[in-house]
Design a binder for this molecule. Structure first.
Ligand SMILES: Cc1cc2nc3c(=O)[nH]c(=O)nc-3n(C[C@H](O)[C@H](O)[C@H](O)COP(=O)(O)OP(=O)(O)OC[C@H]3O[C@@H](n4cnc5c(N)ncnc54)[C@H](O)[C@@H]3O)c2cc1C
Length: 551
């Protein structure tokens, strides 16, 4: 029997966002009196753009505020001297299970291809170098038994601790009742326990050595090392594994930043109220307004946003998609707009750090073979050295290619935080020289390196959320805030969306799904509703929403 494809259907809120998006009835409609309503969207990342795009199609006027660059953490930085070649500084590998995200890629006519992850055919070959010992592999079968034991132990731990196969089958089948029956007890069991606790407490790892746990932390599953996530709540990791975020990932040909840019410029055919040819860009006179600096309710009860030039705009609703800490550090936000428990959740959000350093090279020289060993000259590389993950991007024979010399998180990212691109490159090349003593990587580099540390950027303060043990209630408060019917009037009208509001931070699909929740929230705030044949997330929430844990 063929399996249904995996999608990010829950597990906290099993709602089929992709079906909602593709239904011919559309997402919903507004009463005539609400057409042309002004809704501020703070942040023009993927969450703001998806939410604004869908609201525009319903007849709303989204007014964008953006402190930095359109696209946010979907940033494809062109190399100086060859703008067609880009470094993916934020999101770069998108699981096929991100059905909402892929819906927009397809709609905007963008192509994808498999991402060169460790041990995948797209990578060609992989080198794992730990404690100075190097293993070359084209498939998992080429690695020594220790690596197989680690992989099998993690699979066994997932079965033992999380009914993995059964729960994943329920997600594939989109059986919401079964998903909830299996997932909700796991929420109670694992919210307050770490990923490391899950590993060490499992029978499978208990029969193995410390070395096995250490190798698991360095090599992990699917996408590379996971020891940076060891302190996180196990629920975060289970969501990634269950919904297939760690497998079957694709990159966007030409750079993912094309997606936010095309959403901004796109003039949809099916659009209420606005004339044909209307786009977010045309409704915003070409460009977003500058940064939002103040978010208040005025004495008449209207929501106001003040931009960095002091201009004050009045709105029927506000969608806020910047990282939630920025509501405390960058935007003077009226405290009365949110309950104190929600403020607690927003401020307790915990971000992970991430640094990446890229260089452009003359061609994908790594495909050349070593005449003595027959191995590729260089491979996708996982190591315990400071580079941690090195990824190779092949744009075709004799075309300029890209190396992500280092993709690191948490303490590995902090090690290079104060260093500039040149110094980071020097350190990375030094580490790689120890793994590939005979390869002159530097000889192939063209132009200047590109680097990023998201935590040093005042518009982000971190790469993405990484929930700690005990954060489930905070996640629940933020995620569920789009359901505003029960809130006092003074707390209605501001909607939260984006990576850190979602249950699946670090995956753009979470930003998309929360953006769609916010679009539903704004639509119902303005008196609109979904077609009876195509109920939206808010219509399904009371029945299938996340488990409420007692305080
Ligand atoms: C290093 C890294 C790697 C990642 N890898 C992957 C991956 O491989 N696959 C995947 O699916 N996802 C990945 N992600 C996650 C993905 O990039 C995010 O989930 C997604 O881009 C978040 O979109 P967003 O709209 O929620 O937030 P953002 O993109 O952060 O958008 C928010 C916007 O708000 C703006 N802003 C901030 N302050 C203000 C203000 N005062 N006024 C106005 N605007 C403001 C910011 O400039 C920003 O543009 C990665 C992220 C990072 C950082």
């Amino acid at each position: 029997m063929t399996q249904q494809p995996l999608s990010m259907f829950g597990p906290d809120f099993p709602f089929a966002y992709d079906d909602w998006l593709q239904h011919p009835a559309g997402l919903g409609s507004l009463p005539p009196s609400a057409l042309g309503a002004r809704v501020a969207v703070i942040g023009a990342g993927i969450a703001g753009l998806v939410c604004g795009y869908e609201l525009m199609r319903m007849g709303v006027r989204p007014v964008f505020y953006e402190a930095g660059r359109l696209g946010g953490r979907l940033r494809s930085e062109p190399f100086p001297g060859n703008p067609a070649v880009v470094a993916e500084l934020g999101g770069m590998r998108f699981p096929q299970s991100s059905r909402g995200f892929h819906h927009y890629l397809e709609r905007m006519g963008l192509q994808t291809r498999p991402f060169p992850n460790p041990l995948t055919p797209a990578a060609g070959s992989t080198v794992i170098e730990l404690e100075g010992v190097r293993h070359y592999a084209e498939t998992l079968a080429d690695l020594p038994p220790l690596f197989h034991e680690v992989a099998q132990a993690y699979d066994a731990a997932l079965e033992e601790g999380a009914h993995f196969s059964e729960l994943q089958a329920a997600i594939r089948d989109r059986d919401a009742a079964r998903v909830k029956a299996l997932w909700n007890p796991l929420v109670r069991a694992w919210d307050e326990r770490t990923f490391y606790d899950f590993i060490t407490g499992s029978s499978a790892f208990q029969t193995l050595s410390f070395r096995h746990r250490e190798v698991f932390g360095q090599v992990g599953f699917g996408t590379g090392g996971w020891d940076s996530d060891f302190p996180n709540s196990m629920l975060e990791i289970l969501r990634v594994n269950l919904t297939g975020c760690d497998t079957d990932q694709h990159l966007v040909v030409g750079g993912v930043e094309q997606l936010p840019r095309r959403l901004w410029q796109h003039a949809p055919n099916a659009i209420a109220h606005w004339p044909t040819g209307t786009s977010l860009q045309s409704l915003n006179d070409g460009a977003p307004r500058p940064a939002a600096r103040r978010l208040y309710r005025d004495p008449d009860g209207r929501l106001t946003v003040t931009d960095s030039h002091g201009h004050v705009g009045c709105f029927d609703a506000v969608v806020c998609t910047c990282q939630s800490w920025l509501l405390t550090t960058a935007i003077d936000t009226d405290e009365a707009l949110f309950s104190q428990p929600l403020w607690m959740a927003l401020d307790r959000t915990r971000y992970m750090q991430s640094a990446k350093t890229f260089v452009m090279v003359d061609r994908p020289f790594w495909n050349d073979r070593n005449p003595h060993t027959g191995e590729q000259l260089m491979s996708m590389t996982l190591t315990d050295r400071l580079t941690r993950g090195t990824y190779l991007f092949d744009n075709g024979p004799d075309q300029p290619a890209v190396i992500c010399l280092s993709y690191a998180w948490m303490s590995d990212a902090l090690k290079v935080l104060p260093l500039d691109a040149e110094k980071r490159t020097e350190l990375a090349l030094g580490a790689l020289k120890k793994i590939y003593p005979d390869v002159d990587i530097a000889a192939h580099i063209r132009g200047n390196p590109i680097t990023v540390s998201w935590e040093s950027d005042p518009n982000f303060l971190g790469a993405f959320k990484g929930a700690l043990p005990g954060h489930y209630r905070y996640n629940h408060r933020m995620y569920g805030h789009f359901m505003q019917q029960g809130l006092p009037q003074s707390q209605r009208g501001v909607f939260l969306a984006g990576d850190d509001i979602s249950w699946t931070p670090a995956w753009a699909e979470g930003a998309v799904q929360t953006a769609l929740n916010a679009a539903w929230g704004v639509m119902s705030h303005l008196g609109g509703r979904c077609d009876n044949d195509n109920p939206g997330p808010g219509d399904a929430y009371l029945e299938w929403g996340p488990l409420g844990l007692e305080d």
